[in-house]
Write a protein that binds this ligand. Structure first.
Ligand code: NDP
Ligand code: MG
Length: 390
């Protein structure tokens, strides 16, 4: 039996993970499940999977969770510390699928205990890639990518020499507004941005797909995961979302990873790694599909892509500033305090403001410094949004 925990069990990735684990109850024993507001889902999954502990990040919801788990013998806990403890609870495999920088601490706790960390939470790689890799080495842990593009690159690299890689191409669907004019995008509402043409995902990543902030994060994530020179990493719009990534080698060959837009492939690959086992995903019929198309991911239309390149160039803790400013700007867009196109401007202005004074992005790469710069970036971005709305 493999002991597994799922951080962010009530979300889109968490539920897909539970779907796979629930199909093989004899293979997996569930240690911890964590969630947020969705106590009913958390409790019902904890009961169905016989988890040892269920944790919500919201302390005020602990009585509800306790009530829902009454008489089951399943432990209930709440708060950020309890979430980090869930990551530290002994397990062979931990799914990191909390949304946002909140996923960093419990992910690090899983690395410290030497678990295999299936990483959907791209924010932790963007904020603190160097630190995650260092903690994995120290803890004897393995980090496996779950983001579909990075799982695709990982799979294309099996048995290959990274030195022979000439280019890595990650694909983007283009999101909800790929055919919209800049004027239409400027007036877009959160509801319109939260509709994805191909993937069924959480609200925040769906909106990030429309702004291409998701792809921007993934450029940085590619650099961190595979230690590839940013100049060799490309993004291209592929509206069908069937090719997830391509790896090009020095002999001109390109290995493309092709599959339906179903996260259970990447999750299942990480769950079964290093084995490949059968997964309940659709098998493609290429004659029915007919064609795959591609378009330029234009940095002029999508400033997030340019900002990601600047962040990779600047290095240090600039990824943490980028992510925190992006999360704050997204909150502003969701609350209708700023427009869709204002998000990139707020992120850019935050990066400029924080880079201007020394001691932040060039600070030593420690967890405390990442958290400090994250906090500063959130304050700075919030201040910029308040100024705009005066
Ligand atoms: P969801 O919004 O669907 O789920 C997020 C999960 O995190 C929920 O369990 C939520 O609890 C919990 N949560 C929210 N805030 C906090 C917090 N502050 N502390 C602890 N837990 C919290 O997101 P997704 O599943 O779509 O995405 C999860 C991660 O995976 C993100 O980093 C995303 O970028 C990445 N990813 C997602 C993909 C997808 O297909 N969905 C694809 C590739 C990457 P509750 O809902 O109960 O409040
Ligand atoms: Mg992705």
């Amino acid at each position: 039996m493999r002991r597994v925990s799922i951080l962010g069990a009530t979300g889109s990735i968490g539920q897909n993970t539970i779907d796979l684990i629930g199909r093989e109850p004899d293979r997996f024993a569930v240690a911890a499940l964590t969630g947020g507001r969705n106590i009913a889902q958390l409790a019902s999954d904890a009961k169905a999977l016989r988890a040892e502990v269920a944790v919500t990040c919201h302390e005020d919801l602990l009585p509800d969770l306790r009530y829902a788990l009454q008489g089951t013998g399943i432990e209930a806990a709440a708060g950020d510390t309890a979430i980090a403890e869930a990551g530290a609870r002994p397990a062979d495999w931990v799914m990191s699928s909390i949304v946002g920088a909140a996923g960093l601490m419990p992910g690090v706790a899983a690395l410290d205990q030497g678990a295999t960390l299936a990483l959907a939470n791209k924010e932790s790689m963007v904020c603190a890639g160097a630190l995650m890799k260092q903690r994995a080495r120290a803890g004897g842990a393995t980090i496996l990518p779950v983001d579909s593009e990075h799982s695709a690159v990982f799979q294309a690299l099996i048995g290959e020499d990274i030195a022979a890689v000439e280019r890595v191409i990650i694909t983007a669907s283009g999101g909800a507004f790929r055919d919209w004019s800049p004027e239409q995008m400027a007036a877009a509402t959160p509801e319109q941005a939260a509709t994805h043409p191909n993937w069924d995902m959480g609200q925040r990543i769906t909106i990030d797909s429309a702004s291409l902030f998701n792809k921007a994060m993934e450029l940085i994530e590619t650099r961190e995961f595979f230690d590839i020179d940013p100049a060799r990493i490309e993004a291209v719009i592929h509206p069908e979302s069937m090719i997830h990534a391509m790896v090009g080698f020095g002999d001109g060959a390109l290995m493309a990873h092709v599959g339906p837009p179903d996260m259970r492939h990447a999750i299942g690959f990480a769950l079964n790694w290093p084995e490949r086992r059968a997964l309940p995903v659709e098998r493609l019929d290429f004659v029915k599909l007919g064609q795959f198309t591609f378009r330029e991911a234009d940095p002029a239309r999508y400033p997030a892509l340019r900002l990601a390149r600047e962040v990779m160039e600047a290095g240090g803790l600039s990824g943490a500033v980028f992510n925190a400013a992006k999360e704050t700007a997204l909150d502003g867009f969701l609350d209708r305090r700023i427009g869709f196109l204002d998000m990139a401007r707020i992120v850019e202005e935050t990066l400029v403001a924080i880079s201007a004074s020394p001691g932040h992005i060039d600070a030593e790469f420690t967890l405390d410094n990442v958290r400090a710069v994250d906090h500063l970036a959130r304050q700075t971005a919030a201040g910029l949004m308040a100024q705009q709305n005066k």
